[in-house]
Design a protein around this ligand. Structure first.
Ligand SMILES: [Zn+2]
Ligand SMILES: [Zn+2]
Length: 385
């Protein structure tokens, strides 16, 4: 089994050291020059050629002279605007920034896999493309890298990504075939009424009253129109309006998010949301200004590719190391890759003795023993799938 190769005894501490260096210097969005330099230096030390398809993204190819279409392995590089609340020797050195989604681990695991694969380059059945992308947490780095040709030259046939999972113990990899992660459509809604004195509401149009009717009505799309086996969530995140206790508000501003699992449900949910908002505000004599902000598409893992991945991981990591997991309405911009070629996500367990809180929290502690399984998982797919 690849996971038991003695080469990991050298790669594992190297990978952990890289992860800690990235963790100390988190970078946000598309602006990831230091992380890019660390990746490029590591690839140089391994003798692996690399390019910059976008300003702060990295593409590298191992086995470029091999015949056939490539497998693409992807890691993201960016952190979150969170103040780290951990007393670790390698905690974030930049106040207000933290690798709280584990992308430091993802980059380190892909570099670990790169080192293993470079050592086994002669055995590679096909070229391997390494994709290091910024801005997964927004505004999105996968799509610009695709538009810059990351899936061409060599042409990519299948793809895989890693993401750390705070639901799984270290050493375990979770897989989900078919619809695996959600689509996201955020919205900003302003309800415009007509102000007046609180004692004479009939003279105005109360935007607060209309907003409450809209909030109630749109949940009917979820509870009365949607197949309960096809997930849909509509959540309002903010609401602001009004002046004081005896004034009829002329305006209420709301924001929120619509989450779905399939393109067809997504299209219908956004359309019905718009219709219900407009008809309810119209019924009460108010006006709606609705701005939709379409986010990432759903991540749908190709079923036959997922089953091959599962069988390879069981052979090379051990049957107990692979588990089926539930889908989530969280989002992931690797979905753009999986729309174009068969794609799958390896959910890498990071829960160990010190585990405190989940992803996107200031107290996240990763059990780094999980990194070996993720890197070996990537390497196994490149060598055996
Ligand atoms: Zn995240
Ligand atoms: Zn993430």
């Amino acid at each position: 089994m690849i996971i038991n190769d003695t080469l990991w005894e050298e790669i594992e501490p190297w990978m952990i050291e890289l992860r800690r260096r990235i963790h100390r210097h988190p970078e946000l969005g598309l602006d990831t020059p230091e992380t890019q330099k660390l990746i490029e230096d590591a690839l140089d030390s391994l003798g692996i050629q690399h390019t910059r398809p976008i300003l702060h993204g990295v593409k590298a190819v191992i086995g470029s002279e091999k015949a056939g279409e490539a497998i693409l392995l992807r890691a993201d590089m960016d952190a979150l605007p969170i103040l780290e609340n951990n007393d670790l020797p390698f905690r974030s050195e930049i106040p207000g920034r933290m690798h709280a989604c584990g992308h430091d681990c993802h980059t380190a695991m892909l570099l670990g896999a790169a080192r293993y694969l470079k050592a086994h380059e002669a055995e590679l059945p096909r070229p391997v493309v390494l994709m290091f992308q910024p801005a997964e947490e927004g505004p999105g780095g996968a799509l610009p890298m695709i538009e810059a040709g990351v899936l061409n030259d060599p042409p990519v046939k299948e793809a895989a990504m890693v993401h750390v999972s705070s639901d799984l113990p270290y050493g375990v990899i979770g897989l989900r075939e078919g619809p695996a992660m959600g689509a996201c459509d955020d919205f900003t809604l302003s309800i415009l009424g007509r102000g007046g004195h609180g004692s004479t509401p009939h003279v105005g149009v109360d935007a607060i009253y209309v907003a409450s009717a809209v909030i109630q009505a749109v949940q009917g799309i979820v509870s009365r129109e949607q197949d309960s086996f096809d997930p849909l969530v509509i959540s309002f995140g903010t609401i602001h309006g009004g002046y004081r206790e005896n004034v009829i508000a002329d305006r209420v501003d709301l924001t929120g998010t619509i989450r779905t699992m399939t393109p067809a449900t997504r299209e219908r949910a956004v359309r019905r949301f718009r219709e219900v908002v407009e008809s309810v505000t119209g019924t009460y004599g108010a006006k709606a200004e609705l701005v939709m902000d379409p986010g990432y598409p759903p991540l749908v893992a190709d079923i036959s590719w997922s089953r091959r991945v599962e069988s390879v991981l069981q052979s090379e990591l051990g049957g107990d190391a692979v588990r089926q997991i539930d889908p989530t309405l969280g989002v992931e911009d690797f979905a753009y890759v999986a729309e174009r070629v068969p794609g799958v996500c390896l959910n890498v367990g990071i829960v160990g003795d010190q585990f405190t809180t989940g992803l996107h929290s200031a107290g996240l502690i990763v059990d780094e023993r999980g990194l070996r399984a993720g890197a070996a998982g990537f390497a196994s797919l490149a060598l055996r799938s």
